[in-house]
Design a protein around this ligand. Structure first.
Ligand code: VTB
Length: 317
């Protein structure tokens, strides 16, 4: 079954209002307050929508987060039953320091169609290629770049790879440099990083590296609508992480996940800009009005759009 189109505007409102709430705390050097503002509003907006949602990716486990915790039920109705992944403030550093790229993100599928990702690191790879055997998490960087170069008919020196700037990526970065691939380093925010492959205008051909698992699931939802390729593998550092993963039902901790094992069926994805970044522009306030921009996808209707909303701040209950 497809998700009703009426949900598109309703979920856009959720991330737009959460972004507005967080935008008042931009540049205040307080990550926790900026996150809390987005969480509170996201939760109350979700509860105004007529559906029964289960948070499968949220602010943490019940013992870690009082709101939008994993397993929490949201929504003001009994049907339809949907799974929800949220990242009310993706890029808390960006918001706290008034840097580009802070987003409010949500992904929705029908019940049991969204992966319940544990709060661990995830090795990820995304590109515009959606065919088996071209880009693969198990290939070397060299092989992936050479395949991508053939596939896109571009020399490696004309390819751009996006990666989080972290010491853990030294080997990948050294390899990319050796191959003369251009690198777009991001300091945070790999939901946006992974999505820069969705349109040639962003000038990113491949995204790779290790970031958050929950962020990977969110990005995968949008990548699915853009018909892009994505693969992932969780990385567990501690025994506690392994234990939690097993408790969540993950049997093979080293499994490589294909996109359709992370998200299946119909989906809606919304990412609203809090501060302006590569993907969307941030919240602007003009007098009584606020302007937001949201990247929205709805898989079954092939809807992919950047929606600008202009709303009266006083109209928000
Ligand atoms: C990752 C990434 C996120 O934080 O979770 C990162 O997926 C934290 O990574 O997009 P480090 O532990 O290396 O700092 C973000 O960049 C922002 O939430």
């Amino acid at each position: 079954m497809a998700l009703d189109k009426k949900f598109i505007d309703q979920f856009v409102n959720v991330t737009a209002y959460a972004s507005l709430a967080s935008s008042y705390l931009v540049g205040k050097k307080d990550k926790i307050a900026a996150d809390k503002a987005a969480v509170d509003v996201m939760r109350s907006e979700l509860n105004k929508i007529n559906f029964k949602g289960k948070i499968v990716i949220g602010e943490g486990e019940l013992d870690e987060a009082p709101m939008l915790y994993i397993g929490e039920t949201v929504g003001g109705g009994k049907v339809p039953e949907l799974d929800i992944a949220v990242d009310p403030l993706e890029g808390t550093n960006f918001a706290a320091n008034n840097l580009p790229g802070a987003l409010s993100v949500i992904a929705i599928t029908e019940k049991n169609n969204l992966f319940h990702a544990p709060e661990t690191y995830m090795e990820k790879i995304s590109s515009r290629v959606n065919e088996n055997g071209v880009i693969d998490l198990d290939f070397t960087v060299k092989k992936n770049i050479s395949n991508l170069s053939d596939y896109l008919n571009k020399n490696p020196e004309n390819l751009t790879a996006c990666i989080l700037d972290r010491p853990r990526h030294k080997k990948i970065i050294d390899e990319l440099e050796k191959l003369k691939v251009k690198i777009k380093f991001i300091t945070d925010g790999d939901v946006s990083g992974a999505l820069l492959v969705t349109d040639e205008k962003y000038n990113v051909d491949i995204f790779l590296g290790i970031g958050g698992g929950p962020e990977g699931v969110l990005a995968a939802t949008a990548l699915d609508s853009f018909n892009c390729g994505f693969q992932a593998r969780f990385l567990f550092e501690t025994n506690e992480e392994k234990f939690r993963a097993k408790k969540m039902g993950i049997k093979d901790l080293n499994k490589k996940y294909e996109l359709n094992e992370i998200v299946s069926g119909d989906s809606i994805f919304c990412a609203t800009g809090i501060t302006s970044g590569d993907l969307v522009t941030g919240i602007k306030i003009e007098g009584n009005k606020f302007i937001s921009e949201t990247l929205v996808t709805h898989k079954s209707s092939n809807y992919k759009k950047k929606l600008k909303l202009i709303k009266n701040i006083n109209d928000i209950e």
